[in-house]
Design a protein around this ligand. Sequence first.
Ligand SMILES: [Zn+2]
Length: 236
Amino acid sequence: MTEYLYMRDVDACYIGDFEATVKQAGDDWIVLDRTAFYPEGGGQPTDTGTIKWDGGEAKVVRVTKREGSRHYLEGPVPPLGTEIMGIIDWERRYGHMRAHTSQHIISAVVWDRWQAKTVGNQIYEARARIDLHPLKLTEEDVRWIEEECNRRISEAIDVQIYELSREEAEERAGVERCNMELLPKSVKKLRIVQVGDEICPCAGTHVKNTSEIGTLKITKKESKGKMRTRITYELV
Ligand SMILES: [Zn+2]
């Protein structure tokens, strides 16, 4: 099992380089004992970067959690047991952290006013899209969401990451608001991301304080079927 270093708390989301040992090696991939690379999933894209070792270097082009945690490489593959240094492409990752944290804020703002759920999301570098249901929005509503998000962002709220038992998380966050009914019953402990009073289980990487997000600008509103609305936004 690979230890995911960013999981521990919000400070650990800022680990940009780390040392690890190669535990498995294939034609174009390796598995490490520990990693700070985020494997694609939950709407957040893979991290990319570089690994270096005595006498070699390769690019990390994709990290996945399927079939163990594989780091796919471009270049030579270090043999089993090699001690490597991993370096994340930080600008890209930090863009994901800002976009992911802002997604929690939009989800909370929309839930608080309309009790509409976040039913899909895709994060990119400093931009994202989010699908909300059941929800129909006017142009005026869209401007209101943008303003309310920016108001919360400008309050410079600390973000916390910690573990809670499933029961406690369900009680404090609300099962419906965070789609907790979709989590397998076997999951008893949840990693919680808290932004102000809003808590939600999430395995992604986030910034420490909402002031790092910047200004949120909604660029598009689309209808994606009956009472399903997609909002696309960027951070400037
Ligand atoms: Zn998240």
